[in-house]
Design a protein around this ligand. Structure first.
Ligand SMILES: NC(=O)c1ccc[n+]([C@@H]2O[C@H](COP(=O)([O-])OP(=O)(O)OC[C@H]3O[C@@H](n4cnc5c(N)ncnc54)[C@H](OP(=O)(O)O)[C@@H]3O)[C@@H](O)[C@H]2O)c1
Length: 271
């Protein structure tokens, strides 16, 4: 796929979806600014991208520390002279268990990363893109934002907030010719889902997810929920009356609701 995007910033680029997007855009010859906390993974990625003909620069940063995040984004802005694509992708599943004395801490971490840092990243670049009347802003939300999912109070609510933020931002950016896209993946095989014990219908490989996301962005989609089977299912669930949705949710993820959300994502270091 030959991309129209030449200068790209991606947060959460060290693993999973962000990493795959970086590799694929790098292969197309883009210049990339890649933000995450793990320096070694970012350095390996930078080398891989350079080997494949792209240009990449790592921005090692905890996105939940506002001062550091804004400094890293300013570096990308200064070096690029203005990105044409910004993908706020960094996210964490969070583990909500009941009863637990950690839930407020987890909640804060998830809000800070999935909502605050994502919105701050997009808001930072919205100003420059509006001035230039050019660019594309992208948030990676989730199908979990359509309805509250068991054990996912923090995750679901922050993804719903991010999607609503993106929709509002879209109206503001419209006058400046700046596009805004809300990406809502179903299950993708990444470190976030690696240790999941829950059913993951239509689980998708990360290279396939990256291809679908890139195609949606080339087409300027406003909202992209995928895979299509999951999009149909989730829209049906979104319109379901509560008694039916509760029955479905308890039946499929009832055990999870009692035992908490398993998975590698619970190891978030700042958590
Ligand atoms: N995989 C799925 O099934 C799925 C489904 C729907 C939505 N999503 C969304 O897709 C996005 C990417 O997820 P993924 O599946 O690719 O998960 P992942 O492999 O766990 O990637 C998460 C990325 O976020 C970075 N990150 C975590 N905490 C950070 C922090 N405090 N500051 C900066 N970077 C941080 C991680 O890097 P470091 O640890 O190096 O900082 C990593 O690069 C997330 O927003 C997720 O919610 C995923």
């Amino acid at each position: 796929m030959n991309s129209k995007f030449k200068k790209i910033l991606i947060t959460g680029a060290s693993t999973g979806i962000g990493r795959q997007l970086a590799l694929d855009y790098g292969r197309d010859g883009a210049s990339l600014w890649l933000l995450a906390r793990t320096e070694s993974k970012l350095q390996d990625l930078v080398l891989q991208i350079q080997d494949s003909g792209g240009k990449a620069r790592s921005l090692v940063c905890d996105a939940t520390i506002e001062k550091n995040l804004l400094a890293a984004l300013q570096t990308a802005q200064d070096e690029s002279g203005g990105c044409d694509l910004v993908i706020a992708n960094a996210g964490w599943g969070g583990k909500m268990m009941y009863p637990s004395d950690r839930n407020i801490h987890v909640l804060n971490q998830v809000i800070d990363l999935n909502y605050k840092a994502a919105a701050q990243t997009l808001e930072f670049f919205a100003r420059f893109m509006a001035e230039d009347c050019h660019g594309h802003l992208v948030g990676v939300s989730s199908i979990a934002g359509f309805r509250g999912v068991p054990a996912g109070a923090a995750y679901s609510s922050t993804k719903a907030a991010l999607s609503t933020y993106l929709e509002s931002l879209r109206f503001s950016m419209h006058h400046f010719g700046v596009r805004v896209t809300d990406i809502r993946p179903g299950f993708v095989r990444t470190p976030m889902t690696d240790n999941n014990k829950i059913p993951m219908p239509f689980l998708m490989e990360v290279d396939v997810a990256s291809r679908k996301i890139r195609r949606a962005l080339e087409r300027g989609r406003k909202r992209f929920t995928f895979p299509w089977q999951m999009a149909i299912m989730i829209h049906l669930l979104a319109g379901m009356p509560d008694f039916l949705y509760d029955w479905f949710a308890f039946r499929t993820y009832g055990k999870l609701a009692r035992s908490g959300r398993p998975g590698k994502s619970e190891e978030n270091r700042s958590g």
